[in-house]
Every structure is written in C-alpha cells, then in structure tokens.
Design a protein. Structure first.
Length: 98
C-alpha cells in the first residue's frame, strides 16, 4: 500500500532528496576505500530502480503492461529489469491483499 510522504519531505524536490541521501552514502563508500567505489553507477542505479518499479507495480496492482506504460518502458524491458534486480515477476506479489 502506497502511503503519502510526510510534509517535510514533500517540500524538497526529488532531485534534492536524492542528492542528500546519495551524498551521505557516497561519503561512507569513500571512507571504505577505492574498492568500495568500483561499479558505483550500476550499484546506485539498481538501488534507485528497485523501489521505483516496486511503487509503480503496487500502484498498478501487478499489471506489468500498465506499469511499463507508466514507466515509459516496453513490457519486456520491465520484465528484464525485474529479473536483473531479483524482483518477483508474478502478479500475486504486487496485488493488494484483501
């Protein structure tokens, strides 16, 4: 179930929120040494895509065609991303519990 965010969060732009959280995580990675910063882009993108896809699938009650349209993706591209990200592709995982 999708919940409305607290008012304080809604006052920031999405870009500002992402930058603030990302800068904190990036600083922690830098402290861990150079090995922790290898492959940074795919690691960050996976962590950004997974919750976005999850939110959209929940809003569409598991309808992958509708979710793909909402995301501006082809349905097969959405399925490929879900598999790559280790997300369940069966509709029962995304439908609201009654």
């Amino acid at each position: 179930m999708i919940k409305e965010p607290p008012v304080a969060i809604m006052e920031q732009s999405l870009e500002e929120m992402v930058y603030n959280r990302l800068s904190s995580a990036f600083f922690k990675l830098l402290q861990g040494g150079a090995d922790h910063t290898r492959g940074l882009y795919p690691m960050i993108m996976a962590q950004m895509e997974r919750p976005l896809i999850k939110l959209v699938l929940e809003a569409c009650e598991g309808n992958k065609c509708e979710a793909a349209r909402m995301l501006g993706l082809n349905r097969n591209t959405l399925l490929k991303k879900m598999r790559y990200l280790g997300m369940p592709t069966q509709p029962r995982f995304w439908r609201k519990k009654r």
